[in-house]
Ligand binder design. Structure first.
Ligand code: ZN
Length: 236
C-alpha cells in the first residue's frame, strides 16, 4: 500500500472516531431536555391531583353549609307553625317542612358521594406525590450521568484531536485540503475502499480506467461521489 494511503487512513480513523464522538455529544442536550420534560409532566400531575382534591373539599364544605341552611329553614318553619291557628295553613306549613327534609336527604346523599370522591382524590394525590419525589432523586442521578458522559466525550475528542496534529503533518497539503473538504460533507468516508470495482462510499461501479488507477495506488476520485479511492486488491 502506498504511503499516502496509509497516512490518510490513519488520519481518517481518528477523524471518524471524532465524528462519532461529536454525534454522541450532540444527542446529550436533547436527552437532558427529555428527562426534564418528563419530570415537569410528573410535577404537573401532582399539582393537578392536588387541585382536584382541594376542589372536592370545597364542594363538601359548600354542601355542609347548604344542609345547615336548610336545617335552619326547618327550625324557622317550626317556630312559625306554632303560631298558626288555621288547620289549612298549618298543613301547608307541614308540607313545606316535608319538602325541605326531602331536599336535605338528597343533599346528604350527594355529600356521601363527595366523601367517596375525596377519598379517591387524596389517594391519587399521595401516589402522584410519591412518584414525583422518587423521580426527583433519580432525575438528578440521570442528569449527572449525562453530564459526566459529556465531559468524558469532550476530553476524548481533545485527546483524539491532539493525536490528529501529528497525523496531519504526514499528509501533503494538496491532498489534505481535498480530504478535509470530503470530511466536511459529514457523511461516508473521505477515503473509500474499492472492492471489485465498486466504490465503498457510494456503492456504485467505477469505470475500468478508474479501477485500474486505484489498483496502482494512484490518487484518483470516484467517478460518481468524488471521494478518494484506495484498494487492497493487487493490480493485474
Ligand atoms: Zn463513490
Amino acid at each position: 500500500m502506498k504511503q499516502w494511503i496509509t497516512d490518510l487512513l490513519a488520519l481518517q480513523e481518528v477523524d471518524l472516531r471524532i465524528r462519532g464522538l461529536r454525534t454522541r455529544l450532540s444527542l446529550i442536550p436533547g436527552e437532558i431536555a427529555k428527562i426534564e420534560k418528563e419530570f415537569e409532566n410528573e410535577k404537573n400531575k401532582v399539582t393537578h391531583s392536588k387541585e382536584t382534591a382541594l376542589s372536592i373539599e370545597l364542594e363538601i364544605k359548600k354542601k355542609e353549609s347548604e344542609i345547615k341552611e336548610q336545617n335552619e329553614q326547618i327550625r324557622k318553619y317550626q317556630t312559625q307553625s306554632a303560631m298558626i291557628k288555621k288547620n289549612e295553613e298549618y298543613r301547608a306549613m307541614m308540607n313545606e317542612i316535608e319538602g325541605v327534609k326531602k331536599k336535605i336527604s338528597g343533599m346528604e346523599t350527594e355529600q356521601l358521594v363527595l366523601m367517596e370522591k375525596i377519598e379517591t382524590a387524596r389517594n391519587v394525590f399521595k401516589t402522584e406525590e410519591k412518584i414525583y419525589k422518587d423521580r426527583q432523586t433519580s432525575i438528578e442521578d440521570e442528569k449527572n450521568e449525562l453530564k459526566e458522559l459529556e465531559g468524558k466525550i469532550n476530553s476524548e475528542i481533545e485527546k483524539q484531536n491532539s493525536g490528529r496534529e501529528q497525523l496531519i503533518a504526514n499528509v501533503p497539503p494538496g491532498l489534505l485540503s481535498i480530504y478535509t473538504r470530503l470530511l466536511g460533507k459529514k457523511v461516508g468516508t473521505p477515503l473509500a475502499e474499492v472492492h471489485q470495482g465498486i466504490c465503498g462510499n457510494c456503492h456504485l461501479k467505477l469505470t475500468p480506467q478508474t479501477s485500474n488507477s486505484v489498483r496502482k495506488g494512484v490518487q484518483v476520485h470516484c467517478d460518481n461521489c468524488g471521494h478518494l479511492l484506495y484498494t487492497n486488491e493487487i493490480a493485474e
